[in-house]
Design a binder for this molecule. Sequence first.
Ligand code: ADP
Length: 540
Amino acid sequence: MIQHMQNFPLRVSEIIDYAALQHPDRKIFGRSIEGPIIETNWRDIQKDAKKFAAALIDLGVIKGDVVGVMAWNTPRQLSVWYGIPGAGAVNHTLNPRLFADQLVYIINHAEDRFLMVDFDLLPIIEDIIDQLTTVEKIIVMTDRSHMPDSKINDLLCYEELIADQPDDFNWITGDENEACGICYTSGTTGDPKGVVYTHRSNTLHALSAVAPDMLDVSSNDRIMPVVPLFHANGWSIAYAAPMVGASMVMPGRDMTPVGLFEMLELGVTFTAAVPTIWMQMLQHLDDNNLRLPTLERVIIGGASCPRSVIDKFQTKYGVQVLHAWGMTEMSPLGTVCSFKPEVMALDHEGRLDVQGTVGHAPFMINLKITDDAGNDLPWDGESQGRLLTKGAAVVQRYHKSDTDAVDADGWFDTGDVATINTNGYVRITDRSKDVIKSGGEWISSIELENCAVGHPLVAEAAAIGIPHPKWDERPILVIVAAGQKPDVAEIMALMVNKFAKWQLPDDIIFMDEIPHTATGKISKLLLRQKLADQGYELPP
Ligand code: ADP
């Protein structure tokens, strides 16, 4: 049968066009890199995006060219986010916290033709410019008066570049499967790997992200992404917000609790960040007797969120926590802990227990857990296995790789270890390389860490396996104290109630600082190295 429905390519330009048409005056606030808090709206964001796309075409950009962007979350970054794919080019998000070698590697590997950079981040580019093999021009994202002095001669000024461009540029069109963005994994275990998102995958992912059982956002929300847009596709928020016509607050580069609180006070209803940001924020609120009158929901992911953080947000500050899991390879959302009716029916403690899981998957994300031999494991909440996924916005193959990243049946191994219960709620117990294997059993490093962080004087905790002649590995806990040093016996007492004896750490040691990756997660690799350098040995 011949069908006659329209072939409507799912391109991200449609998202910003929708916001500009249906929600033109919806406010966008932002802390500019130049200093002041500015105000704009979707109409003007779209106009600037069109001007910038026109400027890129004038610079000679052709379809498929890669433009690297190293920038904080600002309104200007939103225009760039849509200007690049609107010109048919590919938006390559660059994390300024990566090591110089990694930046050189990913910029050369992705073959960035142009680099966009916030002026305060220019020194990072200056240090590596001599090693960049494909970059032709650098565009500094500011106006003429803030252009920095630089050893790079022919810098372009963003505001000058777009000033005289038409704001009615016709977006470059094409197939929905064309590349739209590229984001590299942080590469803690080797060279970073590039995930190339398409217009279609980003659109479908955002559509599923805004749904009520996922982020549940609408035009009545004011959304603040604290998570930088350069981290894991910006958690899709720069697509999800305009797709529903939400208002936004862009916090700029000030990630201190004081700076973020000032932005929250602009009427933010929904915000997103990794747990460490919220631990500092809660401390700040407590210390200064502050309230969060407009904030309704916060999505926390990227690393496991301790129960104490969830409980405090909800009980003391009246903010609903959505614990979420995902990864760069999944665009990035995989699961969100919203409440199905079975969970709604539980009491306070029962729901909190469920919130220790990362929730359930939406439509278009298939999940399964398997044992080491690849056999499917039951969804009984007990069986732990490798977590595999398949979906419309999941990677098929890393950039420039010769082989697929999925198995013969199309499943991608997330590298995480999990249980799934009868309701479909997923509990991440570890990354497969971090799980502690003791006497043939697996001990969850995440659960040990979350328990330790429940002690008020523990700022951060990392559990790792130390090689052991008899048991293969034994767990130890490394702790960073929150000011005053906590009593080891008290931490142990917390653990004894929750874990079997053989799961308890053999040792608890203190460090001033635990090493982190460029995305702010604990780097177990560097931590193991640090302990080896110190000649650490398990107690007899
Ligand atoms: P990177 O690997 O570059 O740090 P990703 O965001 O891609 O950045 O990392 C994804 C990984 O982060 C997941 O595979 C998982 O191990 C971890 N992760 C993300 N969210 C959670 C969560 N809520 N609980 C536990 N681990 C999480």
